[in-house]
Write a protein that binds this ligand. Sequence first.
Ligand code: OGA
Ligand code: NI
Length: 343
Amino acid sequence: MTTEGMDLDRHPVARSTDVADTVPVIDIAALTGSGPRHRGAARSAAIDAVAAACRDWGFFQVVNHGVPPALIDGVWRETRRFFALAAPAKQAVLRSRGNPWGYYNNELTKNQRDRKEVFDFTSDGVDPIYGSTNRWPEGLPGFRAAMDGYLEACARLSLTLLGAFCAGLGLSPRCLHARFRRHTGFVRLNHYPVRDPLADADLPRLPAADMGVHNHTDAGVLTVLLQDEVGGLQVYRDGEWHGVRPRPDAFVVNTGDMMQVWSNDEYRAAIHRVTAMRDRDRYSIPFFYNPSADTRVEPFAALLGDGRRPRYRAIPWAEFRSLRTDGDYADYGDEVQIARYRS
Ligand code: OGA
Ligand code: NI
């Protein structure tokens, strides 16, 4: 079923609490560890569970993921500190059209305004897509180290998950590793306030920020996300929105557009959204895992043949990513989607 052109936000929120109707929780100890107890049956079972979740939901949660709790506590602490800074300190690291790294509070997703403020950063050094470097806030001594360590841990976890995604398609678990040697993944700190941060701004024709994040798919390969206990993240499946229940011991994982293309639609990039906060502010921390800048993403040859034709033309990753970022600034027209590359 195609969802293009439908107003998905009019669809109902699922009432069922049946386990079969909720995003699966998968124990991935067998994928992250080493040694004999991590081989064999437990490993295959974890891969099968991941592959089934990628096909059915495009969303799942992972527990026993191996990311040290101290790293996670640190990134939460620094995230709350950052958003608690006075507005001028955040404005001092405002992102710009040429350099997307830093703070922003008026993001447009499909040209609608979201009720959130964000801070984006990537790996150290000059990033190969924009040719720019991270902006770091003043006055938060532990911020940068916590963020750098967290990004690295997320990249490691993501590579493990990518291996499972590939194995789940019947391919070698390492078949994509070479395309991620200089990955262009990045971390986003999200703050969803109850109060619209631009409520007092004197801006003409400012659209209402009636969602935390409007419905969208993530552009990259996969996303690993920490959410706090507030809730509000929902995934679209079979005509309904399903809440992703907060679990303090889990990362939420979802597939993105590039995984849909590589898998020739066997895995679908999951449509998701965040509702606007009513009672409490919410925080979340996604890591978007993306291939090296020069990667051309196209359906795996091994998945074609026997009447299966490629459904997409090759997509130059750097171009797709920068078009998507441009869409954040556009106040008219459509954001780039993979449908544009359908063959
Ligand atoms: C995103 C996103 C979900 C969340 O930032 O792309 O979907 O729970 N975030 O904050
Ligand atoms: Ni998203």
